[in-house]
Design a binder for this molecule. Structure first.
Ligand SMILES: [Zn+2]
Length: 425
């Protein structure tokens, strides 16, 4: 308790301050309200490697294997470390996360499958789990992506991924609403985008407050790229990241220089089928701040190239609707502090995927990035209704402003089948 305020403020400052910001004291009002957060992240262009529609988990067949066979190469038990979050209870290490996802998939083989979409800098498998009816088939249903743990110290986001896996699989066939959502969508969950950083953050019983990955910066003794500043849409454009390798928001020497970003970006590009991006909506999970944010992050302007007034209205309407049920604060990402090279900007700017960034508990101050294990259950379940609402609109978010016919070629009714959007220009 004694030093926590200091630590928290340090994180806050580091988080709020993008490269340029490091020089500018975080004293404007927004910073005072927005705790420390690191920044949200998410997405970009180039559509290559179109995939054929047949094999869903086709990507990287050589890597694909049964979840239980994904033996972690670096077994470190986060949960058993004395210095782990909450003194150890409740949190899953990388190995435990992989094992838990494997158990869930094995218990629900008809609606859940996992695959490895890439490899981290240190060689850990990057896992994605698909949940849908007829899970082995790439059906023509709107797709949704959840990404977790871009930032190493944000361990609560991995627990959020496991919560969602349990919710959607165990609710299937029991809860009518969940059953309908699983039947009508293809839901992808990436529980851990940054396993190297996450393991390092708690290695040896420490709490390092680590944010980045573990990749050495070229020509420097510094280690780590901020994954959420490394995505290829307007990368490094706007003073919302740092070019200094030692900085918390170091954007890397080039966009997609981080293998973790490249792998996930390649996977998203691989969801372009017949020229159409299949993913309609996305949530990138972070902590902390209790915020629901939407693009753009690289500007404070409400509208910008690629983001119209209607887009903005739809983002805000669904953002506020979700915030009304989880108690978070809805806002445009750039209103908190400008950030560039984020996953959210890439997803929207490149593919017109509706991309939200959720900053989880706490709102500010202690316990910061390390909530006690007892907070995991309530703080993940807190997002249940928001996520279900998100899934209900995910096929056509414009529907929330009455724009289904115009933007999605579909009816306006709540049960309207989501139409396919034209390929992004
Ligand atoms: Zn984060």
């Amino acid at each position: 308790m004694r030093r926590r305020p200091i630590v928290a403020r340090t994180f806050l400052a580091l988080a709020c301050l993008g490269g340029v910001a490091l020089h500018a004291p975080a004293l404007h009002a927004p910073a005072l309200h927005a705790p420390a957060l690191h920044a949200p992240a998410l997405h970009a262009p180039a559509l290559h490697a179109p995939a054929s529609r047949a094999p869903v988990l086709r990507a990287r067949a050589p890597h694909a294997r049964a979840p239980h066979a994904q033996a972690p190469r670096v077994p470190v038990s986060r949960a058993s470390l004395p210095g782990s979050p909450a003194g150890g209870s409740g949190y899953h290490s990388y190995a435990e996360t992989v094992a838990e996802a494997g158990r869930i998939v094995a218990a629900h083989p008809g609606i859940a499958r996992s695959a490895v979409y890439g490899t981290s800098y240190e060689g850990r498998d990057l896992l994605v789990v698909k949940i849908s009816d007829n899970v082995a088939v790439d059906e023509d249903e709107p797709e949704v992506l959840f990404t977790h743990h871009q930032h190493a110290r944000e361990h609560l986001t991995v627990e959020m991924a496991l919560y969602l896996l349990h919710l959607l699989t165990e609710g299937y066939g029991r809860d009518e609403r969940i059953t309908g959502l699983v039947d009508g969508h293809e839901i992808w969950i990436m529980p851990d985008l940054n396993p190297d950083g996450g393991e390092y953050d708690l290695a040896g019983g420490s709490r390092r407050g680590w944010r980045k990955n573990r990749q050495p910066a070229p020509g420097s003794s510094a280690v780590g790229t901020d994954l959420n500043r490394n995505w290829p849409y307007l990368w490094g454009c706007c003073g919302g990241s740092s070019g200094s390798p030692a900085a918390q928001t170091y954007r890397g020497p080039a966009s997609e220089s981080a293998p973790e970003v490249r792998a996930a970006a390649d996977w998203v590009r691989g969801r372009v089928v017949d020229g159409v991006q299949q993913i309609r909506a996305h949530i990138d999970w972070h902590s902390y701040g209790e915020l629901i944010m939407w693009p753009y992050g690289h500007t404070r302007a409400d509208t910008a190239p690629g983001l119209t007034r209607d887009d903005r209205a739809a983002y805000a309407a669904l953002g506020r609707s979700m915030a009304a049920v989880n108690g978070y604060t809805p806002r445009q990402a750039g209103d908190r502090y400008v950030m560039d090279g984020t996953l959210g900007d890439w997803m929207w700017g490149t593919f017109k995927i509706f991309s939200y960034t959720f900053e989880m508990y706490p709102a500010r101050g202690a316990p910061g990035f390390y909530p006690p294990g007892g907070r995991i259950a309530p703080q993940t379940a807190r997002n249940r209704e928001a996520v279900l609402r998100f899934l209900e609109y995910s096929g056509c978010v414009h529907r929330i402003i009455g724009g289904a016919a115009r933007y999605c070629g579909a009816g306006e009714g709540p049960a309207a089948a989501p139409g396919r959007r034209p390929a992004p220009a």
